[in-house]
Design a protein around this ligand. Structure first.
Ligand code: HSE
Length: 401
């Protein structure tokens, strides 16, 4: 069996996972690739004395770039820079790239795919959305016969863990966040997760894939979970719903819409039962109907497994570019205020008469919380809801899925 050399950029959680996955499943991986996959270099600024990769460790990226034996570069540094420069240089040097980096893919995916096409190599990014869950390849190949009109995902494990725990134990957001940080389930700086930025980048990637054009993550309306309280959870329970941070992308009247926000999800929705750190992505196509992809959206081994599968695919397609349609042409998203659905709102109890005047056909929800009451509206456009709700002292509002 002939050998193919690869280089791993970054020896953090995912990078060390990539080395571990290859070492553990080497025989199987080689069989799938049809060649022996050899990690020739690991690039990191740090030293790792005593680690088996010590002899492969390099600090200078040029060594990798100039080595013609390196055919695949694994980029697991995270962040846009220097990852973007490194990946671009690798592709231009005729090397395929496998990455788990959602910031990089969301921002520069279309350009990097074009360069890969021009150079007859591949740029693969399965692990950038849903960690170990296959979703990018299914969208690009298994579902290639579909017109995908809706993708709804729980794309962030940290927030799903926090919301699940708030739901099950009736705790407030800050208490659960602190517990999650202590257990290592949440970052010390949790902003990207709890404010929805991480899910936003992931849905930007999926949106770009379903409309085959560039969806800028900056254009996606994004709300996190920091305003969700234990009182909201009590109302959700009363409605037989759960609160989930959903990342959605859909096509409506020919326009593409995307958003990230907490939603009240009903029992009959398959996403209702996705708890803890798990992710799930519900895809709707015009021929297939719905399909759900479920599993571990983060973590060393699941994420590394998806990256290594991309390496295998790149090796299998040496000299052949696998087309992934995602043009650099930017698409303007449909305006949020023109979309809508039902809304749940909480108000002081003595504002109920005013709410009934403002909203036609509301359904009152009483979670027996002193001094306040909740209600569900009829389906409304976002703009209509905002206009009517502005007349009331709304305590919080959450959309219904
Ligand atoms: N912080 C992310 C999560 C990790 O919680 O899902 C995977 O991107």
């Amino acid at each position: 069996m002939s050998k193919v050399d690869i280089a791993v950029l970054g020896y953090g959680t995912v990078g060390s996972g990539v080395v571990e996955v290859i070492a553990t499943n080497q025989e199987n991986i080689d069989r799938h690739a049809g060649r022996h996959i050899n990690v020739k270099y690991v690039l990191d600024l740090r030293e790792f004395p005593g680690d088996p990769i010590e002899e492969k460790l390099v600090h200078d990226y040029d060594i990798i770039l100039k080595d013609p034996d390196v055919q695949v570069v694994v980029e697991v540094l995270g962040g846009v820079n220097p990852a973007y420069t490194y990946v671009k240089q690798a592709l231009l040097a005729g090397k395929s790239v496998a990455t788990s980096n959602k910031e990089l893919v969301a921002k520069h995916g279309a350009e990097l795919l074009r360069i890969a096409r021009e150079k007859n190599v591949n740029f693969f990014y399965e692990a950038s959305v849903g960690g170990g869950i296959p979703i990018i390849r299914p969208l690009n190949s298994s579902l290639a016969a579909e017109q995908i009109d809706r993708v709804t995902g729980i794309l962030n494990g940290t927030t799903n863990y926090i919301l699940s725990k708030m739901t099950m134990e009736g705790l407030d957001f800050n208490t659960v966040l602190k517990q999650a940080q202590a257990k290592g389930y949440a970052e010390r700086n949790p902003e990207a997760d709890v404010e929805g930025y991480d899910a936003c980048r992931k849905i930007a990637i999926l949106s770009s894939m379903i409309c085959r054009k560039q969806v800028d993550f900056e254009d996606i309306y994004t709300e996190g979970i920091t305003k969700i309280t234990k009182e909201d959870i009590l109302y959700a329970r009363k409605m037989k719903r759960v609160i989930k941070l959903l990342a959605r992308s859909w096509i409506e009247n020919g326009s593409v819409f995307a958003m990230v926000a907490p939603f009240l999800v009903a029992e009959n929705n398959p996403l209702y039962s996705i708890n803890g750190v798990f992710n799930a992505i519900l895809v709707h196509g015009n021929m297939l109907g719905s399909a759900m992809f479920y599993g571990r959206g983060a973590g060393k081994r699941p994420t590394a497994s998806a990256v290594v599968a991309d390496v295998v695919d790149a090796v299998r397609h040496t000299g052949v570019n696998v087309p992934i349609e995602w043009d650099e042409e930017k698409i303007e998203l449909g305006a949020m205020k023109t979309t809508g659905g039902k809304f749940f709102a909480r108000i002081p109890a003595d504002s109920l008469a005013a709410a009934e005047e403002a909203f036609d056909g509301l359904t009152v929800i009483d979670a027996k919380i002193a001094g306040e009451i909740g209600f569900i509206t009829q389906p409304l456009r976002e703009a209509e809801f905002e206009e009517k709700a502005a007349k009331l002292p709304v305590i919080n509002r959450i959309r219904l899925d």
